[in-house]
Design a binder for this molecule. Structure first.
Ligand code: SF4
Length: 86
């Protein structure tokens, strides 16, 4: 069964507020203040990045490799990722 876990990191600086979306293998980190809403992530992987839905990132909808590829193309640095520990 696929499970999404979502967490919000609140810091003192509002520009550093991030949300994390994990499929257990990889965690996508989104910094909303950096997002330029150009939609490159949506065009690259529309199964995972769905701006009209909540949560808008579904990391269970494609492979980790495809997710990482889309995150790497984010032009603003709003999207990053880290691999979860085995
Ligand atoms: S590619 Fe990056 S900057 Fe563009 S909409 Fe997605 S998260 Fe935002």
């Amino acid at each position: 069964m696929k499970t999404i876990s979502i967490s919000v990191n609140l810091g003192m600086d509002p520009k550093q507020i991030t949300k994390e979306y994990s499929n257990g293998e990889v965690t996508v980190v989104w910094n909303a203040s950096k997002c330029k809403h150009a939609g490159l992530c949506v065009r690259t992987n529309p199964a995972v990045f769905k701006p009209k839905e909540k949560p808008w990132i579904d990391p269970t909808a494609s492979s980790t490799e495809q997710i990482v590829s889309a995150v790497d193309q984010c032009p603003s640095g709003a999207l990053t990722y880290y691999k979860n520990k085995e």
